[in-house]
Design a protein around this ligand. Sequence first.
Ligand SMILES: *Cc1c(COP(=O)(O)O)cnc(C)c1O
Length: 374
Amino acid sequence: MTEHFETRSAHGGGTEGDRGAISFPIFQTSTYKAGGEFSYSRCQNPTRKELEHTVARLEEGAYGFAFSSGLAAVTVVFSLLKAGDHVLVSDDLYGGTYRLIREIWSRFGIDFTFADLREPERAECHLRPNTRLIFAETPTNPMMKVLPLARLASLAADHGALLAVDNTFLTPYYQKPLTLGADIVVHSGTKFLSGHHDTVCGFLVTSSEELAERIALISKTLGNAAAPFDSWLALRGIQTLPVRMEQHTANAHAAATYLEAHPRVEKVFYPGLSSHPSYELMKKQTSGAGGVLSFLLKDDGVEKVLNGGKLIRFAESLGGTTSLITYPQTQTHASVPKDVREKIGITPRLLRLSLGLEHIEDLLSDLEQMLSRK
Ligand SMILES: *Cc1c(COP(=O)(O)O)cnc(C)c1O
């Protein structure tokens, strides 16, 4: 039976819990009696398996994998490559992924090219005979650029490369990259999927049996799979994903509209606004714009705005029940070199806002008083 997304979220993998438990249990064990389905928790664990099955179903993929963090998931994607391979990466991307590429993977003989992937035909000139992977994030973090997934998928396929898409910002509730032709979906499950600022985890989903076999081997070999308790927290968070996403997005729309009209705000980056350059593409390939936006202040009074929130706290991360404001320059994107940051648009006046589940009137009055501080 093909249930709706909300039903799949609420019921998770749907496996009968131990002794009829309705909440799927935490199998807090490192090892198992020999000869059964499970042998050792680095390789498999029932709670993690239930979570992997849940995330795979939500993404409409066949195989899911849960890791100890989003970056652990990205590490597994790059572990599919070998020295001499080339990767095309979207230039505007999560700072930690950028650091992983620069500090680790480029030291192992893999070449990376960063490019604006909004126009795949223009990005094509960066492809080489040894390009094995295109790695994209959409909307991008933090500039909220929207990349055309179906066109990137055909570009990758034409060149015999894989397309991996980081779907952290929208989650499968709003965007399903596999259905648009991507080979692998990547998640920081720390954000909207788990959704409560209480756990760190990551996911990969694919429909390719061959990729799934390689990912399973890499995961058990690297030893970076999600722990049972973190898996359980993610499973619990996912049960309410659809209702949370609706509220995050409604709040983001209202905050974006408010900020766009504010005299201290130069520009708002939110693909749900009709003023966003990729508004039409966004409507075509997703069913919602999500709960994150960025905005540019007109003046240098960033510090007081960041620290002035009563509800909106100044902290890294996004996608949780409470709103957070982030300063990309010194937080999420501190490891991106200054010239690259400036080229992308991560300037000293750029702020990123993740809208939580608070009442919008309370959030708007908090924004109002934050923006009155100079
Ligand atoms: C946070 C984040 C990551 C990294 O995930 P962790 O769970 O922090 O390791 C990757 N991509 C995006 C878009 C993120 O926001």
